[in-house]
Design a protein around this ligand. Structure first.
Ligand code: SAH
Length: 483
């Protein structure tokens, strides 16, 4: 356009008319609407050469039947006409790209606008992601503040369980007054036979020893210990179940060996100064739920002889990755449509509740990682709250939808015949099942890669028998409660 400035009005008019013709020719070439194929093009050039028609008449002609349709225009008007040397197909491709000078002027402008819009959209997306992240952090902060609001108890040497008032712990002990819970425990063969086998196969350890059974329930462990050769067994329980235990022991003629004391181990005085062995079945879901280990540690520190033994003597807590998209959608997507109603807000509410269930072993998609080892002979109450980094070696390329937690129990120390049992998903199921922490959104994972994470285990300050477990997997943090 700039090249036209300074032309006379006539020249300018001719320029515009020729420009219009060129546009028309280019459009015709690109759309091929007026028969401007190879032959049409040759005929048109020869027609123009022969008739020397004006640009205006050609434009008028372009509205009606083509004036060069006759085959007579196939004959070249000029020998070796340079215009007939042109590759029309190439020209038509070029025409498709530059449809009109007006349009081609607008393309860079449109591109520029599109780029700006794209930039704005990207910046907005980034700001939204930052806001969502801040919101999530605020939510975690608020959750922590609410759940840990009662800090009046503060840290102590013996821990919050020892300091619970009787009325505060009443519900816990009355739950053990129900017989069904003892039936369930006794029928858990993995659990009960492990205790039995450890005592019966290591009678040398028990011979003539004074044994304390912390939380005797129906008295089963006390009777195993008596049969294994213990000289004296002191059986303690705060729950009403102890009255049944007294009858049971009499029925089995073991009353001369087994002595009962009803009360909380933290509140009673034993008839002896020291004991040689402490046995207890204190394990809860995810091992530490119930915090009964605190009571065993209290008894250890107060009553265990210098070279005494605590059984079980060692425990592990392990984690593994789970890939079960079906289960994830059964629990999460389910809330999108419940009998035709939207209950989507429930998704946020169900995630923070850890689930105790038996996991299908084939849904485990990583090698297990031990996140905590407890030596019952030396661990302190404060070490039962901890934070630890872990890494899960993924064994299948899929989505990680949850993290599973479980524990292993060992009767090792001083035992010629070691006994252990595991609550892992690929082992015989126990009444502890497994503890499943569902992830809010599944994480894509590849076989062979390491999935990094951090776990924090804390007692709930409002209810020290309940746990708060925070998992940070691949940068996504979620606090779960187990109650
Ligand atoms: N030893 C039994 C019962 C185990 S269940 C068995 O193996 O079948 C745990 C028992 O410990 C419950 O009966 C509960 O009442 C008791 N218990 C828990 N904490 C206690 C405490 N601090 N003092 C006394 N008994 C306790």
């Amino acid at each position: 356009m700039a090249a036209c400035t300074g032309l006379s009005p006539l020249c300018l008019k001719r320029y515009n008319t020729v420009r219009q013709i060129m546009v028309w020719i280019f459009q015709s070439l690109s759309k091929n609407t007026v028969g401007l194929d190879d032959y049409g093009y040759i005929k048109m050039i020869n027609y123009l050469r022969t008739t020397k028609c004006s640009a205006e008449s050609l434009l008028l002609a372009s509205n009606g039947p083509l004036p060069w349709e006759s085959d007579e225009y196939m004959k070249p008007a000029l020998p070796d006409d340079p215009l007939l040397q042109i590759d029309v197909e190439e020209l038509s491709e070029a025409a498709a790209v530059t449809l009109s000078p007006a349009a081609s002027d607008e393309v860079p402008l449109l591109l520029q606008r599109a780029r700006k819009a794209e930039d704005r959209a990207q910046r907005a997306e980034e700001a939204l992601a930052r806001a969502m992240d801040d919101l999530h952090k605020l939510k975690l902060l608020a959750q922590g503040l609410v759940l840990n609001a009662d800090t009046s108890r503060g840290p102590s040497r013996t821990g919050a369980i020892a300091e619970l008032r009787e009325d505060e712990d009443e519900a816990y002990f009355s739950s053990y007054g129900h017989y069904s819970i003892h039936e369930e425990m006794l029928k858990d063969k993995v659990r009960t036979e492990s205790y039995r086998d450890f005592m019966y196969r290591n009678m040398d350890v028990f011979k003539d020893k004074v044994v304390l059974d912390v939380g005797c329930g129906t008295g089963i462990l006390s009777m195993f210990a008596a049969k294994a050769g213990a000289r004296k067994v002191i059986a303690v329980d705060q729950s009403e179940i102890i009255y049944q235990a007294m009858d049971i022991v009499r029925s089995n003629k073991l009353e001369d060996t087994i002595t009962f004391i009803k009360g909380r181990i933290e509140e009673i005085d034993l008839p002896v100064e020291k004991v040689d062995i402490i046995v207890s079945e204190w394990m809860g879901y995810f091992l530490l739920f119930e915090s009964m280990l605190d009571s065993v540690l209290y008894a250890r520190d107060r009553y265990l002889a210098e070279d005494g033994l605590v059984f079980p003597d060692r425990c592990n807590i392990s984690l593994a990755a789970v890939g079960d998209t079906q289960k994830h959608s059964d629990r999460i997507a389910f809330w999108d449509n419940v009998y035709g109603f939207k209950m989507t807000c429930m998704k946020k509410a169900v995630i923070p509740e850890a689930v105790v269930e038996v996991l299908k072993p084939e849904t485990v998609i990583s090698e297990p990682a031990v996140i905590k080892t407890i030596d019952c002979g030396s661990v302190t109450v404060s070490e039962l709250e901890f934070a630890v980094d872990f890494s899960l070696k993924i064994t299948a390329s899929t989505f990680c939808t949850a993290i599973v937690g479980y524990f292993d129990i060992f009767f090792d120390k001083s035992c010629g015949n070691k006994v252990m049992f595991s609550t892992a998903p690929d082992c015989t199921k126990t009444h502890w099942k497994q503890t499943v922490f569902l992830l809010e959104s599944p994480i894509p994972v590849k076989a062979g890669e390491e999935l990094p994470g951090q776990i924090t285990v804390h007692k709930n300050r409002k209810d020290p028998r309940a746990l708060l477990i925070t998992l940070d997997v691949a940068g996504r943090k979620q606090t779960y409660s187990l109650q």
